[in-house]
Design a protein around this ligand. Sequence first.
Ligand code: BES
Ligand code: ZN
Length: 554
Amino acid sequence: MRHLRSIALFFCLFGATSCVSEGPAPAVEAVSAAVARTNIVSLDADDAAALRADLSPGALDLTPIARDGRVEIVRLSDLEVAQLSDLMHERINRCGGFLLHDSLADAVDAARVFNGEFERSAHLLAADYTIDRPDVVQAVLPELDEGNVVGTISVLEAYGNRYHNLKGPEAADWLLGEWQQLAADRDDVSARLVSNSRTPMPNVELTITGAVDPGTRVIIGGHLDTKNTVTTNEDSPGADDDASGIAVITEIARALLAKGYKPDYTVTFYGYAAEEVGLYGSGELASAAARRGEQILGVMQLDMVNFPESGSRGLDGSILSDFADPDLADFVRDIIATYTPYRFSTSSCGYGCSDHASWARNGFPAVMPFESDFRDFQRSRIHTANDTLELSNGRATHAMKFAEIGAAYVVELAKGSLATPPGDDPPDDDPPDDDPPDDDPPDDDPPDDDPPDDDPPGGECRTNDDCPPGNVCTRDGTCVDQTPDDDPPGDDNPPGDDNPGDDPADPTGGDSDDGPATPGGESGGCATAPGTSGSPIAWLIGALALLFARRRQR
Ligand code: BES
Ligand code: ZN
């Protein structure tokens, strides 16, 4: 379907890594300034070939000036970049799908990352990807609390629109306050804003300084800003994209600190600014870290973690293969296998679709676990007013899986120990009746309650490429059939159903369909039309959850 849009949005609609438009107003300036500039653009070679085959003579010239493996590099004016964005969406059915670069050298570097040829890191001497902190992880995981995650998502979505030059800066101030409270009781923990040159919105940073080697860092982050693709000042609650990631990261930090966790290496939590307009915040942080020659063991990105769209296929999510370090991704798979019953396929958004790409492009090992397999990704909500917590029935059940994975990742990569050894908790530190009855319902699977019990047919695999067509590679190295025909639309796992993703063996969990399925389709963060925001009931649930969350944090 062709989207209606104003010329002001022409540049920014589909998420190239660099956007001209900063809002609805400056369209004319953007257009006139645009004509003179040329851009170096890289895109998938297959996409480029498909577009060229379709283009009429004299239309957009996509003749490559360089080619590197799966990537082609072309030179385009700003107007041609806008045309390419349009074509990508209409012909390839993908949003973004290409990268803009400052120079050919930069494009070639990025192509190496995309082709998986980059060295692990120019900055990384050695990473210890062993799993040897079970006591710490097992003490921290039960501390993770869904009520807190719901509370944070509720507050963030209440901003209505966290666009980087609208309410994004306010949301950053609020998050800083939350993180400062977490830091209050310890000298080795601090929170601050890190300003950016290209956006008024700052990054928010929480640091637990490493007790043994503070110069080496472990990073976990998500983005705090939102956008509404149709009109930037329309409602843009971003409950899933990416309040869910910020809420999970905040809860991981709270749980670690509540347990007195002291890492060997420095752990940094980030709420990135202006991801939605071109990964600005993470881009500035990552290039500064590269300039300083920092040693970073891993960067985990949590962006969209609460819609369990692959539940009916027996998957809890996927790990992106693009802009991901293979060793770090394997490490995260090991963590999932060691500490959780969850099943993750490998999938790909096909371009630098989130902040992990900024770190990867600067030579740091990055990984992004995502809420579903990209083949199940439903595009009807992202970047619209429909991205609400109400669609998850006011729950964060799916997001909690990522809280477990993220917490275990931090502990196993940053090592360290608990101030109070596990088991020595005074009885009133974490009373068993602390959780309200509905906060941890019986249908929430505890980690060892629901092991993956069905060995799907198919051979061993490491990525989807090793599987027959229509199969995905799950975390236990087996191919799972997910041919669209096997999955009638009625079985699609709706985001409002927080249950089916919990039980990989139960293919019948979802029973309603909240939007058009995209079987076998490419991913894409494209907006349709703005819809309605949360209902008063969802608000009430959110407000109660928030009150409860605050009480727990005290
Ligand atoms: N959360 C999305 C990334 C994403 C998009 C995940 C589609 C799954 C499916 C992210 O916030 C985003 O919107 N990224 C932009 C690209 C960025 C470079 C501006 C996008 O995909 O359009
Ligand atoms: Zn987004």
